[in-house]
Design a protein around this ligand. Structure first.
Ligand SMILES: N[C@@H](CCC(=O)N[C@@H](CS)C(=O)NCC(=O)O)C(=O)O
Length: 217
């Protein structure tokens, strides 16, 4: 039976990128429905009445919300191709722990770079570097967070890299100088079509963030 798959998303969202990459890894065809977050559609409000946020995956009419939960769902439903979560329960718990760490930490710290000034902005930069250095240690000498294979934790983090150029431009610092191994990992991930086709142009993200920043200037 053909599956009806729809993704409600907003193009610069690193959370939406996770879902696009997971669907691409599994080779799932879907309809992409861009959302205007300043004027939320009745469909988005109906499909995610609790958080009213994108991304939402609608599979055969049923909504699944929260990007990491969606990626796990995709992995479980389309289980025959490109496994994303580790098969070992301990490894799986570790991958989930670090995705949860990413969710709790990066966005809020990075936001200070483009919404704050002076000491608060400096604090945001320091926090982002500290978080990325912690993740760089988790990566160690591996090709991907998943080891030899690209997987769940890679998907959890890679979307943020399309915002790095904006963080660096606005904050006037270099992530590569601080975290060279992590940036090599970004480049390695971008060699995969599932990633390069799912991430936006970092310059476009930067332009959009500069527009957004004007509200705080
Ligand atoms: N924890 C959520 C975060 C999703 C999220 O923050 N979505 C943002 C866009 S990046 C959104 O929909 N914002 C609109 C709003 O909160 O009103 C996930 O992982 O899916």
């Amino acid at each position: 039976m053909g599956e009806e798959v729809k993704l409600l998303d907003f193009w610069p969202s690193m959370f939406g990128m996770r879902v696009k990459i997971a669907l691409a890894e599994k080779g799932v065809a879907y309809e992409y429905v861009e959302q205007d977050l300043r004027n939320k559609s009745p469909l988005l409000l109906q499909m995610n009445p609790i958080h009213k946020q994108i991304p939402v995956l609608i599979h055969n009419g049923k909504p699944i919300c929260e990007s990491s939960i969606i990626v796990e769902y995709i992995d479980e439903f389309w289980k025959d191709k490109a496994p994303l979560l580790p098969s070992d329960p301990y490894e799986r718990a570790q991958a989930r722990f670090w995705v949860d760490f990413i969710d709790k930490k990066i966005y809020e710290s990075a936001k200070k770079i483009y919404t704050k000034k002076g000491e608060e902005q400096e604090g945001g930069k320091k926090e982002v570097i500290e978080i990325l250095k912690q993740l760089e240690q988790v990566l160690g000498e591996k090709a991907y967070f998943g080891g030899e294979c690209f997987g769940y934790l890679d998907i959890g983090l890679i979307g943020f890299s399309s915002w790095f150029y904006a963080y660096e431009t606005i904050g006037n610092f270099s992530i590569e100088a601080e975290c060279p191994k992590l940036i090599s990992w970004v480049k390695r991930c971008l060699e995969k079509e599932s990633v390069s086709n799912s991430l936006p142009d970092p310059k476009k993200v930067c332009e959009s963030l500069l527009q957004f920043k004007k509200r705080f200037d």
